[in-house]
Design a binder for this molecule. Structure first.
Ligand SMILES: Cc1cc2nc3c(=O)[nH]c(=O)nc-3n(C[C@H](O)[C@H](O)[C@H](O)COP(=O)(O)OP(=O)(O)OC[C@H]3O[C@@H](n4cnc5c(N)ncnc54)[C@H](O)[C@@H]3O)c2cc1C
Length: 290
């Protein structure tokens, strides 16, 4: 790795002070599961690393009136193994087993995954589907960024170089709502070729009130296919509606083609995942699913 100065602040104030002082010469180090490989490959060469792993105030998971809040030092495994996650943020719970391998989840952080903004990663798509909010601090104060405004491009988020993502907040999970996460990858633990985080909310009349279809591995950012979501709203959550939404997804999504899979293959898989995830999410919303 290139040489760097290592800083281990004890407080958020100290951390954002270091980011303000060193600007583009500094990088936040969270779990290191994405940053350290980039350093080792010399694709990134910051002069200063600001390790946030020992800041006590960032290590908490909270399920309060504001929603399910995950601090920046919380590891994937802490969220995966917490008894609260499945009830408070079922979509996050569904995504966890897909993220790399257990050793990676033992070190990597939820907020690190969001800040890294890899379009093939599960959690950015989950955050987008669940209307999560990013809580961001800098030396000049705090701001909140909706997930819809956070992911700007390939490995690019709305964070500027002096900002620390201190937490992500998932709104309380509404009643009669189900979620599902599925993906196709070459091997278990690999990043997805294409994946989907889906949400279905069913109203008292048994019709879909809310649908979210948020794809990963399908563009430079996670992608919501709103045309297909609209097809579902007002319909009964049945196989015919799911097939129609899947058809819209396959026709409207514009995934990249590369040496792992062609664009046409990814679009086809996106349609298949749409049908599967909608059926599972709707089953969970109506109490008939797993
Ligand atoms: C073999 C392998 C397989 C993997 N497979 C998957 C997978 O299938 N799905 C998946 O989603 N991920 C996968 N990952 C990545 C893993 O989930 C990472 O943990 C995650 O992407 C980044 O989290 P981290 O805490 O390790 O962040 P780091 O590596 O420490 O940081 C990543 C980037 O985010 C910035 N950053 C981190 N935290 C903050 C913060 N709080 N505020 C501002 N900036 C911040 C850093 O400066 C850096 O630029 C894999 C990793 C490996 C090595």
């Amino acid at each position: 790795m290139p040489a760097f100065c290592y800083h281990r602040p004890a407080t958020v104030e100290e951390a954002v002070g270091l980011l303000a002082e060193y600007g583009s010469d500094a990088k936040v180090l969270a779990g290191g599961q994405s940053l350290v490989p980039l350093l080792a490959l010399r694709l990134s060469h910051p002069e200063h690393l600001v390790d946030i792993g020992r800041i006590d105030g960032l290590a908490a998971v909270d399920d309060g009136p504001a929603g399910f809040t995950v601090g920046a030092a919380v590891r994937h495994a802490d969220v995966e193994l917490s008894p609260v996650t499945g009830r408070a943020a079922p979509l996050v719970a569904a995504a966890m087993p897909h993220i790399g391998h257990r050793a990676i989840r033992n070190r990597g952080t939820v907020c690190g995954s969001l800040a890294h903004a890899d379009p093939a990663a599960e959690l950015p798509a989950v955050a987008l589907a669940a209307d999560a909010e990013m809580v961001v601090r800098s030396a000049s104060g705090e701001r909140t960024i909706p997930a819809a405004d956070f992911f700007l491009g390939y490995l690019t988020s709305a964070l500027d170089e002096t900002e620390l993502l201190t937490a992500v907040r998932f709104p309380s999970w509404p009643r009669s709502t189900g979620g599902s996460v599925a993906e196709v990858s070459r091997r278990h633990g690999d990043y997805a070729l294409v994946g989907l985080a889906a949400v279905v909310g069913v109203g008292d009349g048994g019709r879909v009130e809310r649908a979210a279809l948020s794809f990963f591995g399908a563009g430079a950012t996670p992608v919501r296919v709103t045309e297909a979501e609209q097809v579902l709203v007002g319909e009964h959550p049945d196989p015919a509606a799911f097939a129609e939404a899947a058809d819209v997804v396959t026709k409207s999504i514009e995934p990249p083609g590369d040496n792992h899979a062609t664009a046409a293959y990814r679009a086809h898989v996106a349609g298949v995942l749409t049908r599967r995830c909608l059926a599972e999410a709707a089953g969970r919303a109506t109490g008939g699913g797993a």
